[in-house]
Design a protein around this ligand. Structure first.
Ligand code: SF4
Length: 91
């Protein structure tokens, strides 16, 4: 696919593991608002379908930035779990 710099080419929108956070984008929910990209630009980008994908540079954004990006998504399409599988966001 065209988005060569995704973290997991098989799962461009995740789930991916970044440090202790498991992150995925629900592509059915994502409306391409790009708030996540403004907050965590190393992690998120939009693909050609205007859905958020997760970049190979994700570990350059802090945990706080990643969680804030999820909180900033207007449709709560960024889903984060901890190592135990507990929801970090949305709760
Ligand atoms: S903020 Fe939410 S809706 Fe907007 S691109 Fe990111 S995941 Fe998609």
């Amino acid at each position: 696919m065209a988005d060569a710099n995704v973290l997991d080419p098989k799962n461009p929108s995740g789930p991916v593991q970044v440090r202790k956070l498991k992150v995925r984008v629900d592509r059915d929910l994502c409306i391409g608002a790009a708030t996540c990209i403004a907050i965590a630009p190393n992690m998120f980008a939009l693909d050609s379908d205007a859905k958020a994908i997760i970049l190979s540079t994700s570990d350059q954004d802090s945990d706080d930035a990643i969680i804030d990006a999820a909180k900033g998504c207007p449709v709560a399409a960024v889903i984060i779990e901890d190592e135990q599988g507990n929801k970090v966001f949305p709760k």
